[in-house]
Design a binder for this molecule. Structure first.
Ligand SMILES: [Zn+2]
Length: 850
């Protein structure tokens, strides 16, 4: 601390000293200095993309900006110095080089007024996602600097003019509309019109062999680029995909009172895309699998598709039009996109229970993180964009929308919407912080939103609620008290609106309350008959661990299916699962309850959720011997569900659960006949991805002829991307441990980790519970690689890497390995420590050392 102070004062007093080096990454200090100094930023960019994906992509960039006075200007370019061919400022050569990922233009090469700095360079491939027939950029959060020299921070928005020289026969898509296409022998040059102001992370281009579908909706042309080879599949999906976009656009224009801000509207379906989607302005990228659904798609998959489309479309306003000032507020754009998505998809699925949908889409995933010691706050400190990727996760995607719904309840829906409209108008094409929005909303309510925000948004964790029921001699309630405490022992109290559900045989009673302190009396409960069960998280509203009292636990485990409404059943299941994780419900009781209740579960969303609990209990909470003992009954129950299923999507849910847990040789033999197309399942058509999944599950079980099954599957897979993926994953499925060792050893090299979904799928099979013992050797090296994974991979990769490694493990030895790793690395980055603690949480619980 002292040394730091001395160093600072030395720098401050010696004005002749050269200015401090910016250091690696993009620090908050550097970003703030640049945002204050640089105005009216424009980039003119050109890239030459060769057909051969090994050949370098060369680029030219011209950055134009205004300065108040001459000053040192620091660009970001995270590549070796030899990738930079030339730098000119104001037409003069600059003897600049790359250090720590920066190019420094000295003050004497700049001037007051308009400046132009030109670069000739070779782009790095890291953020270009190069494939044989296509590439796409993915610059979030600060990876544009891997590709071209720029100011890689969200609050230096720029207008972009781009041209791409690509092999002839390739399409090119970017944020701007196509201004011209010029053909030359072997190449085509596409020039795009200038964009409105965009941050670097939203600037994007895609080039390659794509098919185009075009549709006109509400006077607007929508274009879809894709690589799907199955024409029938395209025909089956295209109208639904366009309609979902059109509806989202219309809804958002109405809600925000702002016309779609980006002119044209294109989207691209990318095979094996890293995320569900990415909201590049006017050029959204999607994971192709999420949009092009098979006939066997479940209702959940259709909902997920509608949600991801609404989510990315909402970003065109929330995130793209108004952008966070710094990536610590990245959650805001995600919460609004999710929040709007929930509002948008509702009218598209009138037959659905949307409160149940919200509950199941948000609470379980948020709790999976928030119950762990590795949880994080919604809003986090972020000193350098190097670490921005670690801001992402279920806390911002799932918890934040829950918190935002509470905020809307506190402020009121109309005033909340009006506040958002003001926020979007005031900061359009610019940047804003969470506190800017809190100020706008605070003027509209009497509640203290700053204090509310401190607990819900700026601190981590969740409350733990217990209930105290007092019943008098005539069987009526004398009192009902809710007590909340902070499991992290900081004494925090989470103010929130709750709906306490009192359950009776065949009916429920809801009592709304506003919890503001540690203890809350539910006044309206007095005099009511004593309930059979009590759910303080009723209506799917309250957030926290709601510890079940003994009576409620017994009743729900034995009668959950008797609850008349689907939402309360959903709350009951989520609460039971959360109590299982808190060691207050045992796994076998929950499994029995699930298998008993499932045949009577009329709501498909609940059925899917319970089936997923069945799978998780089976693999994670049951020892291997118990699994074998329980397998025949479990498989019989799932087969019965499959036969009973009324729709393709219901049948698919049961079939997938069956496929994932099957253990008996009869079951494996039956699945093999299904895979061989000898055994048809009436009402369920399996598409190529289903057959691939089936082949892989058969292989990991070492079904007779598994090698031939994999080989045949590879041969009969038509889609080239799926074929390549299966070829990549196949070694991880081998019955030969030496082959599996080599399959893992590949991942030590970054070039073998580029296709992250392939890597994760391989890891999941390597660490499958059926191979738990052998896979113990992968845990330590996976931990050792995590830091490198975080530095070289995309934002979700570190967490998924750990999840995919640890999911199949339940031994105390592996829990110990993880704990010892953390203990041996006290200087390990805090966020990465949290990543490990999150992924290891269930392992710690089942291994009994938590
Ligand atoms: Zn998003």
């Amino acid at each position: 601390m002292l040394g730091f102070m001395v160093a600072l004062s030395l720098l401050g007093s010696a004005s002749s000293q050269p200015p401090a080096e910016p250091g690696p990454g993009v620090s908050e200090t550097l970003a703030q200095e640049r945002a204050a100094a640089i105005k009216d930023l424009k980039y003119e960019l050109s890239f030459t993309i060769p057909a051969d994906r090994q050949a370098p992509v060369r680029g030219r960039s011209l950055a134009e900006f205004t300065l108040d006075s001459p000053r040192r200007v620091i660009f970001d370019f995270a590549q070796p110095a030899d990738r930079l061919a030339a730098v000119r400022a104001g037409g003069r050569m600059v003897p600049a080089t790359v250090r720590d990922g920066h190019i420094v233009i000295p003050a004497e090469m700049t001037r007051a007024g308009v400046n132009q700095v030109e670069f000739e360079f070779t782009a790095g491939d890291e953020a270009l996602n190069r494939n044989d027939e296509f590439l796409y950029t993915l610059f979030v959060p600060s990876r544009a600097r891997l590709t071209f020299p720029c100011f890689d921070q969200p609050d230096l928005k720029a207008r972009y003019r781009l041209s791409l020289i690509t092999p002839s026969g390739w399409q090119a898509i970017a944020n701007g509309s196509d201004a011209s296409r010029t053909l030359a022998p072997g190449t085509v040059t596409t020039t795009f019109a200038e964009t409105p102001p965009l941050p670097t992370y939203l600037f994007a281009f895609v080039a390659g062999k794509f098919s185009i579908e075009t549709a006109l909706r509400h006077g607007r042309t929508l274009r879809m680029f894709h690589r799907e080879t199955d024409a029938a599949k395209v025909a089956r999906n295209r109208d639904a995909i366009f309609d979902l976009h059109a509806r989202a656009l219309e809804w958002l224009e109405d809600y925000t009172d702002i016309t779609y801000p980006w002119g044209k509207f294109d989207f691209v379906l990318i095979p094996s895309f890293q995320f569900g989607g990415m909201e590049h302005a006017a050029a959204i990228l999607y994971n192709a699998n999420g949009l092009m659904l098979d006939e066997s798609a479940t209702q959940n998959q259709r909902l997920d598709r509608a949600s991801v489309i609404a989510h990315e479309t909402a970003h065109m306003w929330f995130g793209d039009l108004v952008t966070m000032r710094w990536f610590n507020d990245v959650w805001m754009k995600e919460v609004f996109a999710n929040f709007m998505a929930a509002k948008i998809v509702n009218p598209s699925f009138p037959q659905l229970n949307h409160d149940l949908r919200f509950l199941l889409a948000h609470y379980p995933a948020a709790y999976d993180v928030d119950r762990t010691a590795g949880t994080n706050a919604i809003r986090q400190e972020l000193a350098n964009l190097d670490e921005a990727g670690q801001m992402y996760g279920p806390i911002i995607y799932q918890k934040a929308p829950i918190v935002m719904r509470q905020l809307e309840l506190i402020v009121g829906a109309r005033r909340f919407r009006d506040g958002l409209r003001e926020y979007l108008k005031r900061y359009a094409y610019a940047n804003a912080t969470w506190l800017d929005l809190v100020r706008i909303l605070d003027e509209r309510t009497r509640e203290d939103l700053a204090e509310w925000s401190r607990v819900w948004v700026e601190d981590r964790g969740r409350p733990e609620f217990t209930t105290t029921l007092r019943v008098n001699s005539s069987g009526r309630l004398d009192g009902l008290t809710l007590t909340q405490q902070d499991p992290m022992k900081r004494g925090l109290v989470w103010p929130q609106r709750l709906q306490v559900t009192l359950g009776y045989d065949g009916s429920v009673k809801e009592l709304p309350i506003y919890v503001t302190g540690a203890e809350t009396m539910v006044k309206d409960a007095k005099g009511l008959p004593a309930p059979r069960f009590l759910l303080p998280g009723g209506g799917g509203l309250g957030y926290g661990l709601f510890v079940l009292d003994a009576g409620s636990r017994e009743y729900l485990l034995n009668h959950v299916e008797d609850i008349p409404d689907a939402l309360t059943r959903g709350v009951a299941w989520v609460t039971l699962w959360d109590n299982l994780q808190a060691s207050r419900v045992d796994a076998v009781s929950l499994l029995d309850a699930a298998l008993r209740a499932l045949p009577r579960e009329a709501d498909e969303q609940n059925a899917q959720r319970v089936l997923s609990y069945v799978t998780r209990v089976f693999w994670r909470f049951l020892p291997a011997t118990d699994r074998v003992a329980r397998a025949p009954a479990l498989e019989a129950a799932l087969r019965a569900g499959l036969e009973r299923g009324r729709t393709q999507s219901e049948k698919a849910a049961w079939f997938n659960a069956y496929r994932d847990v099957v253990l008996t040789s009869e079951g494996v033999a039956w699945l093999t006949r299904v895979w061989k197309r000898e055994q048809l399942i009436p009402g369920l058509r399996l598409a190529e991805p289903d057959e691939i999944a089936l082949a892989m599950e058969l292989a990991v079980r070492e079904a007779p002829g598994w090698e031939e099954i994999l080989k045949t599957q590879l041969d009969r897979t038509e889609n080239p991307d799926r074929k390549a993926r299966l070829a990549f994953v196949a070694p991880a499925l081998s019955a030969d441990p030496a082959v599996r060792d080599r399959a893992f050893a590949r991942f030590r090299f970054v070039e073998n980790r580029r296709r992250e979904p392939w890597v994760l799928e391989s890891l999941q099979y390597l660490n499958h519970p059926l191979r738990e013992k052998h896979a113990e050797r992968f845990v330590q090296p996976a931990l050792d690689l995590l830091r490198e994974i975080q530095q070289t991979g995309d934002i979700f990769f570190p967490g998924r890497w750990m999840d995919s490694t640890l999911w199949g493990h339940r031994s105390p030895e592996m829990a110990k390995t993880v704990r010892e790793f953390l203990a041996a690395n006290p200087q390990y980055p805090q966020r990465l420590t949290w990543t490990i603690l999150r992924s290891a949480d269930e392992l710690f619980r089942v291994a009994g050392s938590g």
